[in-house]
Design a protein around this ligand. Sequence first.
Ligand SMILES: Cc1cc2nc3c(=O)[nH]c(=O)nc-3n(C[C@H](O)[C@H](O)[C@H](O)COP(=O)(O)OP(=O)(O)OC[C@H]3O[C@@H](n4cnc5c(N)ncnc54)[C@H](O)[C@@H]3O)c2cc1C
Length: 404
Amino acid sequence: MTIPVPDRPEPKRALIVGGGPAGLMAAQSLANAGLGVVVADAMPTVGRKFLMAGRSGLNLTKDEDFDLFMSRFDEQAPWLLPMIRAFDAVAVQNWARDLGQEVFTGSSGRVFPKAMKASPLLRSWLRRLGDAGVQFQTGWKWLGWQGDAFVFDTPEGQQQIAADVTVLALGGASWSRLGSDGSWAELLKTRGVAVQDFAPANAGLDVDWSPHMHRHFASPVKGTALLAGNDRSRGEFVVSKRGLEGGGIYSLSKAVRDGAAVTLDLMPDWPSDRVAQALSKPRGKLTWPNYLRRALRLNPVKIALLMEFGGPLSGNENLPATIKNLPIRHSGLRPIDEAISVAGGVAKTAVTDGLMLKDIPGVFVAGEMLDWEAPTGGYLISASLATGRWAGESAADWIKNSNA
Ligand SMILES: Cc1cc2nc3c(=O)[nH]c(=O)nc-3n(C[C@H](O)[C@H](O)[C@H](O)COP(=O)(O)OP(=O)(O)OC[C@H]3O[C@@H](n4cnc5c(N)ncnc54)[C@H](O)[C@@H]3O)c2cc1C
């Protein structure tokens, strides 16, 4: 008697659209679950924003108390909490080490790979995914659907992929030259998915400088405190041709969007009366810059900011108050395409707890395309990895259960 050998079932196919940190993490989870995985990306290579993030030191995560870490996500923290708890800052570091990249923690708790850049990590990650059978289709831009199939514009003309399960990880809507142009928002809206409008997060301030400021372009400003609404930032920033940029300014983006005025404390470690005491000596024949340098040890860029935003200093009856509370005149945030990240995206109400689109069963979403925001400091990559993993694992569970 011969026992019939059952045909081995074809593995289920998973499609990931978007090969940034979120999409690659989802690909890893689905490949680990035994699915055949294809990652399609509009750009000629994947992970371009990840590589760009590594240009100035790839800040992977933040080594800090979990509750503090979660508080950076503000009102979206409860939504992201189970996902980040399942892949927290410690897990991010272990993941990087497992890919052969030792990490270190800087003085502020920011965690970087020792190599600082993203390329060795990405190379090792792509090798791992390749070994797991993940296939890549690059230069494939997702255009929408034809029935249930995903339609792509590709170098070989239009192509379609019909998969058993899909994860969209299409990023936000900034630095569009790196691939995330936000064009997916309209595609999802036509299918009834609630997508919050994009807005710049972690963006610079637009300032129309007087010519006096030109020689200070590219000067870093350290040891100050910025205030906007309830947000206070001791981070550094830079005077640039276009305005003010850098981590210290970026963290105020949300308050600025909400209409809060921005003020700068040039002497945050000195109480007002100490500033007043130091300025009680008459200026005599000293120029204002020399007087301020001697009395307060203000450096040239801080003096220039004071003169730019503080109006004429002669005749100012309350100079100490101006120094402690200098109003920053600006014309809003820099355009969204320049922002490090965006607010807005697929609304929490549009997805299940497993990040599946309620209106499109079998399609999951992850990464910056979800409607959360966080300051710089490694939170963006951490949450992209955590939501990518969560969506990938949920998608694997969903396909398993829909087979049963
Ligand atoms: C200059 C800069 C520095 C940064 N530094 C840091 C940092 O140090 N630490 C940190 O935590 N965060 C940093 N970030 C933010 C971080 O890089 C992003 O938040 C993160 O990459 C988001 O991951 P994602 O996978 O969701 O999206 P993305 O990385 O944007 O990936 C989305 C992918 O989807 C593809 N795609 C988009 N639309 C389509 C389409 N229609 N069809 C096919 N493919 C499509 C894109 O080509 C892209 O590859 C930085 C960002 C910038 C711009």
